[in-house]
Design a protein around this ligand. Structure first.
Ligand SMILES: C[S@@+](CC[C@H](N)C(=O)[O-])C[C@H]1O[C@@H](n2cnc3c(N)ncnc32)[C@H](O)[C@@H]1O
Length: 163
């Protein structure tokens, strides 16, 4: 069986308990090592270098996709946050295409877990742009800025097509 899980923009895999989980395809658009201002090293070494707006996978390839795109729309290239998380250019188009690609590569009834940090853009604004309704997740921020949302690919509702 092919790997059932896709991390569509894995960065340095910080949120993974097992950073080498053999059931996961780790993808990112870069393969590089950067040094932060405090000397920490960030290693981004995906299994596949690929673009989440144009993924190199057939339709319905995965049971679970996790999508944690950059949440910054402006940042200096020397900033630690930029080095660690990157930045979105043309954020509306990029996020819309990214989410659409996540749904395309999900199998019917597959699950999408979307992570967002309300540092510069409000979740409400982002949800309006991506035009899809999460099932559940954080509805408002707690003490941090990060929210997690869960979606499911319903073949009819999301236009994924049951065939
Ligand atoms: C918020 S970080 C991911 C952090 C990661 N979840 C972790 O736990 O370390 C976002 C990542 O998206 C990547 N990225 C940005 N644009 C991309 C694109 N079009 N396709 C694939 N990856 C992209 C960046 O290189 C960056 O590593």
């Amino acid at each position: 069986m092919e790997k059932p899980i896709l991390d569509a923009c894995c960065g340095s895999r910080m949120f993974w308990f097992d950073k080498d989980n053999p059931d996961v395809v780790f993808m990112d658009k870069r393969d590089e090592v950067c040094t932060l201002s405090d000397g920490q090293t960030v290693i981004v070494h995906p299994n596949i270098v690929g673009d989440f707006t144009d993924m190199p996978f057939p339709d319905k390839s995965f049971k679970l996709v996790v999508f944690d795109p950059p949440h910054l729309v402006w940042a200096g290239k020397a900033a630690n946050l930029y080095k660690r998380y990157g930045k979105l250019d043309d954020w509306q188009e990029t996020l819309r295409k990214g989410i659409d690609e996540c749904f395309r590569v999900l199998d019917d009834y597959g699950v999408l877990v979307f992570k967002w940090a309300e540092t510069q853009l409000k979740l409400k604004t982002v949800l309006k742009v991506i035009g899809r309704q999460p099932l559940f997740g954080h509805k408002r921020l707690g003490t941090g800025k990060t929210v997690w949302l869960c979606f499911m690919k319903m073949p009819d509702t999301f236009g994924g097509g049951a065939s």
